[in-house]
Design a protein around this ligand. Structure first.
Ligand code: ZN
Length: 174
């Protein structure tokens, strides 16, 4: 039986972070990966063709994250955040703080960090020849990306997430 959940709090979190989508300019690849780990829909624009980036942002209702002040000046039609720091933890902290959003715990680890696609659970037997033997023996839960076919399991790509999350969230939500 499911324990009674604190629906009031979970509704509040959903309201804050649901529907927030990003598009990141080429210099913010690491930040894109971290936003995906936290469950955000974070498209990464690898070219320097700013008009295309802007069109995609407006079409998909995505917030532009960039370090490029030149982009900011031209992006008046779209919502845009200029990232000020070089260090990815500080960048994440700025995004969460400036937009007053927080990750939804139920959505963390639900996206492929490489291509931003939603992951699907996959039966353990189906990954037998696709993951290292040690991993197969020690892990029970596996996920796969329907686009790039990458396999995920708790504790690898997601290793230091909780530590990093604590570092970035300290002082934001008190
Ligand atoms: Zn993928």
């Amino acid at each position: 039986m499911n324990p009674v959940r604190n629906t009031k709090n979970s509704k509040k979190e959903n309201k804050i972070s649901n529907g927030v989508k990003f598009i990141l300019s080429p210099e913010l690849g690491r930040l894109a990966k971290w936003l995906r780990i936290l469950g955000f829909d974070a498209a990464y624009f690898s070219q320097t063709n700013f008009p295309s980036l802007l069109i995609q942002a407006l079409r998909d209702n995505r917030i532009i994250l960039t370090r490029n002040s030149h982009f900011i000046d031209k992006a008046r039609a779209a919502k845009c955040v200029q990232i000020k720091n070089d260090e990815v933890n500080q960048q994440l902290r700025q995004v969460l703080k400036d937009l007053n959003i927080r990750p939804d715990p139920e959505k963390m680890f639900s996206r492929c960090i490489i291509c931003n696609t939603q992951l699907c659970e996959i039966e353990k037997q189906q990954v037998k020849d696709k993951v290292p033997e040690y991993v197969f023996k020690t892990q029970e839960e596996f996920f796969t990306c329907p686009s790039c076919r990458r396999i995920y399991w708790p504790g690898t790509h997601w290793g230091n997430v909780n530590k990093t999350l604590k570092e970035i969230s300290d002082g934001i939500y008190c």
